[in-house]
Design a protein around this ligand. Structure first.
Ligand code: ZN
Length: 219
């Protein structure tokens, strides 16, 4: 995960929230977006969230387009648990639509570690095997809830995808995880991390936060 710095909500959404009738609650107002086919507002929301996340899924960091085909507006604190936060832009992120993980796995469960917390970048540890491990209890719970690939049995597809991306990066940089890191490699690692933080046309490289996490463990 990568810490998300929330920006301002899109104007269309803000106006919609302001027009909420007093006899309904926030969650009912959010549901009206779909009931009343307010697709312009739904897609403005999705696009705005995707842009502030540099077009990476809030949870697994795969690439998202910001369009309906592969991107969801997702509540970090689930609407079932916090209906009063259903219209709170700081509680909404963009998630991928991959089955069995992220938004699709989250449902109404609590998330003790979220991409709105800076610790999300350090309490999850990725290895060159492609697997992820929680360094704290809350990280383990979040990994399980979102099914982020702690074991092949749980999410082989995601682990394989990460493994391939990690290995091709290490190979292209001439970094051998089995070798001891030398002083010279230290510079490569530093430059590589800077490169992985690079934003091009408003986009981060798919899985770049995962790659940074792996490379950081080389130091
Ligand atoms: Zn995802």
């Amino acid at each position: 995960m990568r810490k998300i710095d929330k920006q301002q909500p899109p104007q269309l959404f803000t106006s919609w929230v302001k027009e909420k009738p007093t006899n309904i609650n926030q969650n009912q107002r959010f549901e009206q977006l779909h009931e009343q086919h307010q697709w312009g507002i739904v897609s403005a929301l999705r696009e705005s969230l995707s842009a502030e996340q540099y077009y990476l899924c809030a949870y697994c960091c795969c690439s998202i387009s910001g369009e309906q085909k592969d991107t969801m507006n997702e509540h970090v604190e689930a609407r079932a648990l916090a209906p009063q936060r259903a219209l709170d832009y700081s509680n909404i992120v963009a998630s991928c639509k991959n089955l069995g993980q992220c938004d699709n796995a989250h449902k109404g469960k609590p998330l003790p570690l979220t991409p709105l917390m800076p610790e999300c970048e350090t309490e999850l540890k990725f290895s060159i095997s492609g697997r992820v491990k929680g360094m704290t209890t809350r990280a383990c719970v979040t990994i399980q809830t979102l099914n982020l690939g702690d074991t092949e049995r749980n999410n082989r597809a995601l682990i394989e995808k990460r493994k391939n991306i990690i290995q091709s990066l290490l190979f292209s940089e001439g970094l051998d995880p089995d070798d001891r890191i030398t002083l010279e490699d230290d510079d490569i690692v530093y430059l590589l991390i800077e490169e992985l933080k690079n934003i091009e046309n408003g986009k981060l490289r798919p899985f770049s936060p995962v790659l940074i996490n792996v490379v950081n463990n080389f130091k």
